[in-house]
Design a protein around this ligand. Sequence first.
Ligand code: XMP
Length: 495
Amino acid sequence: MGFVEDVYVEMYPELFRGGGLTGPVKGYTLREIRLRPVFSKVNPLGADLSSSIGPVKLNFPLLSAAMNAVSGPNMAKAIFEVGGCGIIYRHREIETQITWLAEVLAHKPCLVSDPKCLRPDQTLEEANNILQEFGFSTIPVVKDGILVGIIFTGGIAFKKHLYEPVSKWMKPFEELKVEHVDTPFSRIRDRLLEEQECSVLPIVDDGKIFKGIYFMKDFFAADPSYHNGKPLAGIAIGVEKNDLERARQALEMGAGIIVVDSSHGNCPDVISQARAVVKMAHDRAAVIAGNVADIDGYWQLSQAGVHGVKCGIGPGSICTTTEVTGAGVPMFTLIRELDFIRRRMAVKGEHAPAIIPDGSIEGPGDMVMALAAGGDACMAGKWLVAASESLSCQEKGVGKEGFVEYWGMASKRAIKSRVTDSRYKGKTAPEGVEGRVKHRGPLKTWIKKDIELIQGGFAHAGAANLEALHEFGNQPIAFVRFSSAGQEQIRTRLD
Ligand code: XMP
């Protein structure tokens, strides 16, 4: 027997004992298992959520799903700002995907690059109009593109001075704290958050040309992950030969993650494509491949040299695969199985890639479970499509009742627009559906609370970081399965 078979026997001795009926394996979803709260010295806001996938470090280990309802440039910028990474979807011509990637790689987090501005000769009445209409109390004053001052409207008795020029009331350039357009993000954050030198920081170039302004308040949710000095951003590619051109260009530009993206990753095309991208990347970027639903898939892709293996076939919120094809594995059990083989491989000194659960991670509770079970980072679609920056929200808008449309990449709607892989050529039967989720607004206005809840989960497990959470997850008492009545009770408390 080979290594993988041995690991299966070790995992499920009762199934291999021989005699009697074999199987099935007991499969659990993320929702029916919970973490046991234990003695903890970890502050509810103190856990460090950072994680790594090969050469890439994530401050918040969440990737946006490579779907045409979710991941375009604005989603990628927004999730990068909070420490995650956007994976720009692939069913699109290469030019668009690469242009979007370039936009994200050039992004300056938290910079408001086109604020409402005034000229020095405009009146206080006009400053007051901006305040009344938009609520902006800090207004840069710009002449011929050059920053000449800032007007802070707080404390001005407008009625008395309505027709006076803003130049008389502004704080002139010479008295302002300003920063150069090339200053790294970390320095800007230090000035605003650590040193608290000022509440706003305007940005200019060598010729004092105004380039935008930072506001301290925008930094509270921001913890962007950089990779080789550039915003962390990724793209998905398929298994066709010309998909390697997408990878090549993205790597040249400085992308941090390349995902070889397939609904069934344990197959020859995906494995050989993954091997080719690993070779091309030379550890400049993390290479992820998937999705798999068995430990052999994890092992095969690890042999191809990938830094991360994405797992999950069937559990996604818009997936019907399990229902219509009869195939699928519940997510909790799948992650535990991959974690098991990963540990065995690590003991043997073999390369053991990061585990990236994808599908059915719809919020903080699911993410805590997926990480505790052994995940290193998660991928999410439904959770993130609710943000104003999702492609669905950007392109289709928010519906009258405040809902955002969401659809699977194998739904009837998406199949029509897909650039098909040869493996799927001629496939017309959908394995996904469409629906809608409640709009939650711009990502940074709500994700910080979700991050706090995840930290809360770590704290309940006494885990100060992901390594400690993984250790906890391997204690015999760590997980508790709720009966269906128990699951019902988690949800229903009050009318
Ligand atoms: P969530 O639960 O986060 O799942 O919305 C997103 C993940 O689901 C996968 N995906 C699909 N799976 N049919 C499927 O069986 C589909 O139409 C489909 N579309 C997306 C994909 O892995 C995604 O990241």
